[in-house]
Design a protein around this ligand. Sequence first.
Ligand SMILES: Nc1ncnc2c1ncn2[C@@H]1O[C@H](COP(=O)(O)OP(=O)(O)OP(=O)(O)O)[C@@H](O)[C@H]1O
Length: 266
Amino acid sequence: MKAAKLSVEDLSWSSDRGAATLLHSTSFSLDTGRVLGIVGPNGAGKTTLLRLLYRFYRPTTGTVRIDGDDIWSLSAQAVARRVAAVLQEQPSDFALTVGEIVALGRTPHRRGIGGATGSRDKVIVEDALDRLELRGLVGRHLGTLSGGERQRVMVARALAQEPRLLILDEPTNHLDIRHQLEVLDLIRSLPLTIVTSLHDLNLAAGVCDDVLLLHSGHAVGFGPPAKVLSEVAVSDAFQIVARKEQLSLSNTDHLTFHLQKQGSHS
Ligand SMILES: Nc1ncnc2c1ncn2[C@@H]1O[C@H](COP(=O)(O)OP(=O)(O)OP(=O)(O)O)[C@@H](O)[C@H]1O
């Protein structure tokens, strides 16, 4: 696996000319192998930013470069060889088996429509199935799996794509605590550049090298979680009162959240 360098410059997006801007000018860069968490309240623009990064939306202004190449100067297939995205599963996937879905990850590497599956493709698919512990489920239809099992299948398909940049939209959704920790552990262990949206700020602080805090379509902070996720910035963005406390056993910071200042309610 090879990790990408990602650089985003003056990126903004609105759905139509004259429509409200859903992402205002945003710039940041991410070195190879870094894990970036996109955090912010509902409707802040997290999914919009991710869609710009995997070439689903064409930017209104600015560029997304992967290893120096503007993704809109490359073909969709060339981008799919470098970038994989794990989104919520598509309804059309439900009739396919786990093995078939993971093998779909090889599509961008095939020559021509219906290109043959080579022995290297098989090795890569098997490796992805092993990594996500899916061997036992290989013949099952996606529709029969639990939410957590489906999430693992989607990550395996993305790995079979052999991306340099992996994009994850809320990868811990539907997962119980054990499976959340496993997915986050996997994220940390992959030698890829990763951009992931996360709702849980304490999880984001634990797993990400950098975070980007979005508020009403504006990037209001980028950098190490300890710096960006300050009490003031989190309180402002989420319209709550955030307090940073120290966990006594692990000596790590932990954010707690309150609707109002303690003692201020009647
Ligand atoms: N294609 C679109 N056309 C018009 N408005 C859109 C479009 N996509 C998203 N929006 C709006 O843009 C805003 C940002 O949406 P987005 O899905 O990026 O937020 P988010 O931070 O991912 O939210 P959540 O945490 O709820 O998933 C929302 O108000 C949403 O309704």
